[in-house]
Unconditional design. Structure first.
Length: 256
C-alpha cells in the first residue's frame, strides 16, 4: 500500500483484513504495518479474459495468502525520499502495489507519479544488481510491476471532490494500470481492489513473459493491428496458446 498520508491506506487494510472501520479512529502516522488475509478467487472470468480454453483442467478456484505491507505516507511536501516508511520497504520482495490517493486532496493525486517512479526505479536497480543479468527471469519479474491505482473517499459529496474520475483514468493510462474508485468507509470495492491486484500479479508472472515469447516467435503475425494472419500462422498461434494454457494451469495449481 503506497500513497500520501491520510489517504486511507491503513483503514483500507483494517477493513479488508478484519472488516473494521470506525469514524472515531485515532490517526497515527504509520511507519510500516503488516496485515495478512487469505483471499478466495474464482478465476473463470479471468481465464475468459485471457482467452484461455475452458476445456483445460484449470484451477477454477484458488486461495491466495496475502501479506499486505501498509507503508507510511508522507506530507503534502512530497518529499518521499526522506520518508521513514518508504525507506524501510524491500521493493524487490513485493509482488504488487496499490497506489492510493484521496479524491478530496489534489496533492495526494499529484504525488502518485513520484511514488510510482520511486518503486519502479528501486526495482530496476535491484534487477540489475541482483545477479543473473538483466535478462534473467527474476530480473524481468522485478522490472514488471503489478499496480492498481485507487481513488478513495468517493462516498464524500461530489462538491468536495478535487480529482475527477477522468483525471484518475488518465493517470491510470499513463502508468499502464487498472484504476478503481472506492470507499473504505462504505466498504465499496475494497475487496475488488485486492482481487484485481492478485490477477495483475498472475498476469505478470504467468501471462506477460509468455506473451513476450509469443511475440518473439510470431512477430507481427500475432494479430497486430493492420496485419492479416495466414491460416498456417493461426494454427501455430493456437498451438502456442494451448501450450501456454497447460503451463499456466500447472503453475497456478502449484504456486498459490
Amino acid at each position: 500500500m503506497i500513497g500520501a498520508s491520510k489517504t486511507g491506506k491503513s483503514r483500507m487494510c483494517l477493513r479488508f483484513a478484519h472488516d473494521i472501520y470506525s469514524d472515531n479512529y485515532q490517526y497515527e502516522e504509520t511507519i510500516q504495518d503488516i496485515y495478512t488475509k487469505s483471499l478466495n478467487l474464482n478465476l473463470t472470468e479471468y481465464y475468459q479474459q485471457q482467452g484461455i480454453s475452458e476445456t483445460e483442467p484449470h484451477a477454477k478456484e484458488i486461495c491466495a495468502d496475502l501479506e499486505i505491507f501498509d507503508t507510511g505516507g508522507c506530507s503534502n511536501s512530497g518529499d518521499i525520499d526522506l520518508n521513514d516508511g518508504l525507506s524501510e520497504v524491500k521493493w524487490e520482495e513485493m509482488d504488487g502495489f496499490i497506489l492510493m490517493y484521496d479524491v478530496e486532496n489534489k496533492d495526494s493525486f499529484r504525488m502518485i507519479q513520484s511514488f510510482y517512479d520511486r518503486a519502479t526505479t528501486s526495482r530496476k536497480r535491484m534487477s540489475l544488481s541482483g545477479g543473473g543479468g538483466s535478462n534473467s527471469a527474476a530480473s524481468k519479474l522485478l522490472v514488471q510491476m503489478p499496480v492498481i491505482l485507487v481513488a478513495n473517499k468517493i462516498d464524500l459529496p461530489e462538491s468536495s471532490h478535487h480529482v475527477s474520475p477522468e483525471h484518475g483514468s488518465k493517470m491510470g493510462r499513463a502508468l499502464g494500470c487498472k484504476t478503481l474508485r472506492i470507499s473504505v468507509k462504505d466498504n465499496l470495492q475494497v475487496n475488488v481492489c485486492f482481487e484485481a491486484l492478485v490477477k495483475e500479479i498472475l498476469n505478470c508472472r504467468y501471462m506477460r513473459p509468455d506473451a513476450d515469447l509469443f511475440m518473439s516467435m510470431f512477430g507481427g503475425l500475432a494479430g497486430a493491428e493492420g496485419t492479416e494472419q495466414r491460416p498456417e500462422d493461426r494454427k501455430s498461434i493456437r498451438e502456442f496458446k494451448d501450450l501456454m494454457n497447460k503451463r499456466l494451469s500447472k503453475r497456478i495449481n502449484t504456486s498459490l
